[in-house]
Design a protein around this ligand. Structure first.
Ligand code: ADP
Ligand code: MG
Length: 698
């Protein structure tokens, strides 16, 4: 693979291509726009469009599309070809600056939460020059923002860019005040680790639940699960390895720096992590990565499952959002350096994140809420639903010292004693691993671990950026006007006050225990257990004021997102309950009857041969199957009636709560009954591939 450097980014209109293709002044103007967000003149856009088209056509493209992220959670594209008739039945390939900068997809069928009445279906896409254009299946894809005729954001990119700007503005003000006057902007950086399952396409095709809902609604556990911990970091099977290899190559071509891959805890579960990038690009790349993962899986006879909980009884999939802030001068603001206790600038930003996470825990929790992720959070396999922070020993000692006003002495870092002289000696990381914390400091960044595997990482980053921007704005207000020693004192006082007020959010222990749930309640931390419980936090007066203050969402935009999230939750559950009823009615109940028939036939046949022969076992089995059959049938009737009731509810929150409180428990009970029968049924009667088939034979 000597050709990786050549392969890398070969499908991306990146800086190297731009430099080659663009006149010098145009390249300079574009770069300024990319780096400083300055307005781009139409003549520059025209020139860029010509170069883009030329490059795209040279690489086999025939179409272009404005690629955007509507509020469905997926990405959207509408392809137009470059052709333009020139008479005489001939065409040339054309692409203008206007077409590059603005698009006008008919947008009436995307969710807008009432933002855009359907009679006024116009939506606009606007080129985002900060995320590079790329080629996909012969189409030039141009990352764009998506908004309504009246300018409201209809997507995730627009508020994300707004939140990055807000953070940059507030962080720069604080840095300048602290004497770091060279800094003119700050960007947030993100590296999302993505978990996924691979199962065989043939099994997938036989499971309606996977096809319609992305997760199994039925299925008895296989004799072996993940209890041996033998899959985690285990050697990768050849077929999976071939997939991963192919996947890396496809991602590299798209300029996505896929770096780390390994087997995860659950059987058939894996993880892929790229190297971090600016948040905007990382979010786009993660969307693209999920798409490529599915596509490449297909080539290998797999289906890639990105659902948060495809299988009961074994771990589900999440995403770890590694996050930091970095200045235009190249400084990572969360890098503690050798002596964090003396690094004022680091401490200010660390404290800002601590306060942000404590004050806006509701928004962080909300940003990861979905029907799928409800199965993980709080289920002792993912971080708990309570948002707390892990700092590790060294930083905890530092913040303790600040609180007590004692001087923090940075003891010599401990040399790791491996006990084997042939191994190189290395220094212990200042933070240990704590897998149960939702928000952990990991050396020079924070890792927000509550994200679901299938969702865009845009929302969590919008909330995180906004929360930290807001705290920094407050810090600035408290510190401005001071200089020299007075400023030093003011900073010290601010740090002390902040840690006293917000240390309740710091928790270095085991987040999976019942004691923590009690302790967190005593500390006054939120514990939103489900999506319907937390969603209303999006539109509380104080949160709307926060969004408006920092220009993230208008009130209408926040309301629309609230409505879309609720609607999405209800629709997801509606599809799940309908799929479950369908599978029970058409597959599982008939299979149970067939099983009962076989038993009955056996009893009758034996009796015919000889009346004294025992049929005790069959009778017992028959009684068991019949009892479960009847109970299951009753539950299906109940599920059906309750689904109709849910559909009739006009109030979305009431509907969502009903799904959560009534329908989900019924689905769980139905599953328990069905799985108990599946566990004793003959293999050829089970109407779909079993957990063993799916998880252990790929
Ligand atoms: P883990 O040990 O948590 O599994 P990985 O190496 O798999 O760690 O992932 C760590 C992720 O954090 C990578 O995507 C890496 O690029 C990212 N990362 C490293 N530094 C930063 C930073 N300053 N900002 C954001 N992400 C970062
Ligand atoms: Mg990690």
């Amino acid at each position: 693979m000597a050709r990786v450097p050549e392969l890398y980014g070969s499908l991306v209109f990146n800086e190297k291509v731009m430099k080659d293709k663009l006149p010098k002044d145009v390249f300079k103007a574009l770069k300024k726009t990319m780096e400083q967000g300055t307005h781009l003149e139409l003549d520059v856009a025209n020139s860029v469009a010509v170069a883009m088209k030329e490059w795209a056509v040279e690489n086999g493209a025939t179409h272009f599309t404005h690629w955007f992220q509507p509020l469905t959670g997926a990405t959207a594209e509408k392809h137009d070809s470059f052709i333009s008739p020139v008479g005489g039945g001939e065409v040339i390939m054309e692409f203008s600056g206007k077409e590059l900068v603005k698009g006008e997809p008919d947008a009436s069928s995307f969710p807008s939460g009432g933002l855009r009445a359907t009679f006024e279906a116009r939506g606009y896409t606007a080129w985002d020059p900060t995320s590079p254009a790329f080629l996909k299946d012969g189409t030039l894809c141009i990352p764009t923002a998506f908004c309504s005729y009246s300018g409201e954001a209809l997507d995730k990119k627009t508020p994300l860019l707004r939140s990055m700007e807000a953070l940059s503005k507030e962080a720069t003000k604080v840095l300048n005040l602290l004497g770091n006057t060279e800094v003119t902007s700050v960007t947030t950086t993100v590296g999302p680790e993505q978990e996924y399952f691979l199962i065989d396409e043939k099994d997938y095709a036989k499971r309606k639940d996977l096809i319609f809902t992305g997760r199994t609604l039925l299925g008895a556990p296989s004799p072996k699960g993940q209890e041996m911990d033998d899959h985690y970091f285990g050697s990768i099977r050849p077929r999976v390895s071939a997939y991963m290899h192919d996947l890396d190559e496809e991602l590299w071509k798209l300029g996505i720096p896929a770096k780390t891959k390994h087997n995860e805890v659950a059987p058939s579960q894996h993880e892929l992590a790229p190297i971090f990038d600016t948040t905007n690009v990382a979010v786009d790349h993660n969307q693209l990565m999920m798409e490529v993962m599915k596509k490449v899986a297909h080539k290998h006879g797999y289906v890639c499952l990105l659902h948060e909980k495809p299988f009961a009884g074994i771990n589900g999939s999440g995403k770890h959002n590694n996050w930091s802030m970095s200045t235009n001068t190249g400084l990572n603001l969360l890098e503690p350096g050798k002596t964090p206790g003396e690094n004022t600038q680091f401490l200010v930003f660390l404290m800002a994140v601590i306060k942000a996470v404590d004050e806006h825990a509701d928004l962080l929790r909300l940003s990861v809420a979905s029907a799928g992720n409800d199965h993980r959070l709080g289920a002792n396999e993912a971080p708990p639903a309570i948002i707390s922070m892990f700092l590790g020993d060294e930083l905890t000692a530092v913040v303790d010292a600040i609180e007590k006003g004692t001087l923090f002495s940075n003891e010599k870092r401990v040399q790791m004693e491996t006990g084997a002289t042939v191994l190189p000696h290395f220094f212990k990381d200042t933070t240990d691993r704590n897998r149960t914390s939702p928000f952990a400091f990991t050396g020079n960044k924070f890792e927000f671990r509550s994200l679901g595997s299938s969702a865009s990482v845009a929302n969590p980053n919008i909330m995180l950026n906004t929360a930290v921007a807001d705290v920094l704005a407050g810090f600035y207000e408290e510190l401005k006007g001071y200089e020299g020693e007075a400023l030093q004192d003011a900073v010290k006082a601010l740090l002390k006050k902040t840690i006293i007020e917000h240390k309740r959010v710091i928790f270095n222990g085991n987040g999976y225990t019942e004691e923590w749930v009690e302790e967190a309640a005593k500390r006054g931390l939120y514990n939103f257990k489900s999506t319907p419980e937390v969603l209303p936090r999006l539109i509380t007066p104080e949160n709307i004021a926060l969004f408006v203050k920092h220009g993230i969402y208008t009130e209408t935009e926040a309301m629309s997102r609230y409505e879309i999230l609720l609607e999405n939750y209800c629709k997801t559950l509606h599809i799940e309950t309908c799929t479950l009823q369908d599978m029970l009615n058409h597959e599982f109940l008939p299979a149970t009857l067939k099983y009962a028939d076989q038993l009955t036939a056996s009893i009758l046949a034996k009796k015919q041969v000889c009346t004294s022969i025992s049929t005790k076992a069959e009778e017992k089995q028959l009684a068991f199957a019949t009892e479960k059959y009847e109970a299951l049938y009753e539950l299906v009737e109940k599920l059906h009636a309750d689904t109709v009731a849910a559909e009739g509810m006009e109030d979305l929150l009431e509907q969502a709560t009903f799904y959560h409180e009534t329908i989900i428990p019924e689905m769980v009970s139905a599953r328990e009954l069905a799985d108990a029968v599946e566990a004793v049924m003959p293999k050829d009667v089970i109407p779909y591939p079993s957990y063993s088939d799916m998880l252990f034979y790929v």
